[in-house]
Design a protein around this ligand. Structure first.
Ligand SMILES: [Cu+2]
Length: 216
C-alpha cells in the first residue's frame, strides 16, 4: 500500500480513481448493451397459452434486414395443420381470445381509416380470409394477405411442431407496422387450416391459443 504520509497527494488521487473507475466502466457497459439490444438487434418473445392457461408454445422474434424473423415452437396441440397469425391487440383473454382482435394488418387499417369506415366496422366483426378477399375486390385488389399472417404450422402426432418464417412488412421498431406498437400485438393459433379442423366439433377458425408479444 501507498503510505499516505509520504505521498499525501498521490494516495488521495489513486484511491479516488480506483473507486470511480469500475463504476464508470460498468455504467458504460450497461448503456452500450442497452443500445445494442434496442437499436441494432431488437428482439421480442411470446409465451403462448391455451384456454385452460397451459403453456403450449413459445415464439421468438428478431429483427433482420428483411423483416421480423419468427421462430415458433409448440407442444400439447392437436395433430394436424393450424393457422397462425399475429393479431392486432396485445391482449389474450381466455377462453375465446377475441380480445386479440383482427389479423394484424397495418396497411389495411390505414386504407380503411382513410376510405371507408363502414368496411372497417365489418372487419372488426369478422375474422376470415374469405372476407378479406371479398373486401379486396371492392378495393380493386385481387388478393391481400395481412402482414401478420404466418404460414400454417404442422403439428406432429406427439403434439409438437416448429415453424420459422419472416414477416417482411413488419418491424420490432417504432411505427404503425411494429409488433411492439402501442397496444401491442398477439400471436394466435387456430384449431385448423384450409377449412379443416384438428379438433372434432370445433370450427377450424376457433382460436385455441394466444400469446402477447413482449419486448426483450
Ligand atoms: Cu388468426
Amino acid at each position: 500500500m501507498i503510505n499516505p504520509n509520504k505521498y499525501p497527494f498521490q494516495a488521495k488521487f489513486v484511491s479516488k480513481f480506483v473507486v470511480l473507475l469500475p463504476l464508470i466502466a460498468m455504467a458504460n457497459l450497461t448503456s452500450i448493451n442497452a443500445a445494442i439490444s434496442k437499436t441494432l438487434k431488437p428482439s421480442a418473445s411470446s409465451q403462448i397459452f391455451n384456454a385452460k392457461g397451459e403453456l403450449v408454445g413459445t415464439a421468438t422474434f428478431t429483427q433482420s434486414t428483411s423483416g421480423v424473423k419468427v421462430t415458433l415452437q409448440v407442444q400439447k396441440l392437436a395433430q394436424g395443420e393450424h393457422m397462425v397469425h399475429l393479431h392486432e391487440n396485445g391482449k389474450c383473454e381466455a377462453p375465446d381470445f377475441k380480445s386479440a382482435g383482427n389479423h394484424f394488418d397495418p396497411k389495411r387499417s390505414l386504407m380503411d381509416n382513410s376510405h371507408d369506415h363502414r368496411l372497417h366496422h365489418m372487419h372488426n366483426k369478422h375474422h376470415h380470409h374469405t372476407h378479406y378477399k371479398h373486401e379486396d375486390m371492392k378495393h380493386g385488389v385481387d388478393q391481400h394477405q395481412p402482414a401478420g399472417d404466418l404460414p400454417n404450422i404442422m403439428v406432429q402426432q406427439d403434439g409438437t411442431g416448429t415453424l420459422t418464417a419472416t414477416l417482411s412488412e413488419l418491424t420490432l421498431g417504432t411505427g404503425h407496422n411494429s409488433l411492439l406498437k402501442k397496444g401491442g400485438t398477439a400471436i394466435v393459433i387456430h384449431a385448423g387450416a384450409n377449412g379443416k379442423s384438428t379438433i372434432p366439433n370445433v370450427d377450424y377458425k376457433t382460436r385455441i391459443a394466444c400469446g402477447v408479444v413482449k419486448s426483450q
